[in-house]
Design a protein around this ligand. Structure first.
Ligand code: ZN
Length: 146
């Protein structure tokens, strides 16, 4: 099983707020970082806005991937929102999942004030859950002690 994806709280909230601001349409974006820890969120344009699907703007996607390479970051995750359905990949999501190394994150906004965020790997049609660890940030940017 894939190790958990770790994402700082500020970036996690930024991803969710991007999804909320894109309503009633699906939002989409990329998560980059090193190891299994996200350090950057790329908000992408859904170039075919729809409440049930997305098409990531190809030029923006190209630019983001290029920037990741330049910064020595890896593409760790691909997120999109489900405004009206549960946080599980749709058949279309599964058929269009070409990045075996990335984690697919789905933000369900069925309950607008209580978004459900789940992560999956999708490899040759097989969907598996991946845990997400949200890191709260201390004053110096270090994780809070419990
Ligand atoms: Zn979807």
């Amino acid at each position: 099983m894939r190790p958990a994806l770790t994402i700082p709280d500020a970036l996690f909230r930024r991803m969710i707020s991007h999804c909320g601001s894109s309503l009633p349409h699906e939002a989409c974006g990329l998560l980059a970082g090193t190891g299994n820890t996200v350090s950057q969120v790329y908000e992408m344009t859904n170039s075919e806005p729809s409440p049930v699907s997305y098409l990531m703007d190809p030029a923006e996607q190209f630019t983001a991937l290029k920037e990741m390479r330049q910064k020595g970051l890896r593409l760790l995750g691909i997120y999109h929102s489900h405004p009206q359905s549960q946080a599980y990949p749709s058949p279309k999501d599964v058929s269009l999942a070409f990045y075996d190394d990335a984690v697919y994150i789905i933000v369900s906004l069925i309950e607008r004030d209580n978004p459900e965020v789940r992560a999956f790997t999708i490899v040759t049609g097989d969907v598996d859950r991946v845990d997400i660890i949200v890191l709260s940030e201390g004053p110096a940017g270090s994780p809070d002690s419990p």
